[in-house]
Design a protein around this ligand. Structure first.
Ligand code: FES
Length: 109
């Protein structure tokens, strides 16, 4: 189907799941992870202010738009952030993101 992509999520314990995602409803990756029952606090509600939606992009990172200064500033505050870190709330999923693979890293408190 045109407006459906498949992404792979690796949880904190290493368990892995492929999820089919509709792209015609403008979901952020954070919203998708919460809707899929992953443990993501997202205390700021998606404003790039809490960093509890921290994910590490393992594949297809170049399908994502570049991070904003605000996202980069927030990632800078995380001791375990790396070059492939992103804030899931800042990533709107589009048809370009088919094959995205990521690991959940956000803090649980
Ligand atoms: S939900 Fe708070 S930074 Fe993403």
């Amino acid at each position: 189907m045109d407006d459906m992509i498949s992404i792979t999520v690796v949880d904190r314990d290493g368990s892995e799941q492929q999820i089919d995602v509709p792209t015609d409803i403008n979901l952020s990756l954070m919203e998708l992870l919460k809707a899929s029952s992953y443990d993501i606090l997202a205390t700021c509600g998606g404003m790039a202010l809490c960093a509890t939606c921290h994910v590490q992009i393992l594949a297809a990172a170049d399908s994502l738009r570049s991070p904003s200064d605000q996202e980069l500033d927030m990632l800078d505050t995380l001791p375990d952030a790396d070059d492939d870190s992103r804030l899931a709330c800042q990533l709107r999923l589009t048809n370009d993101n088919d094959g995205l693979r990521l690991k959940i890293k956000g803090a649980l408190q």
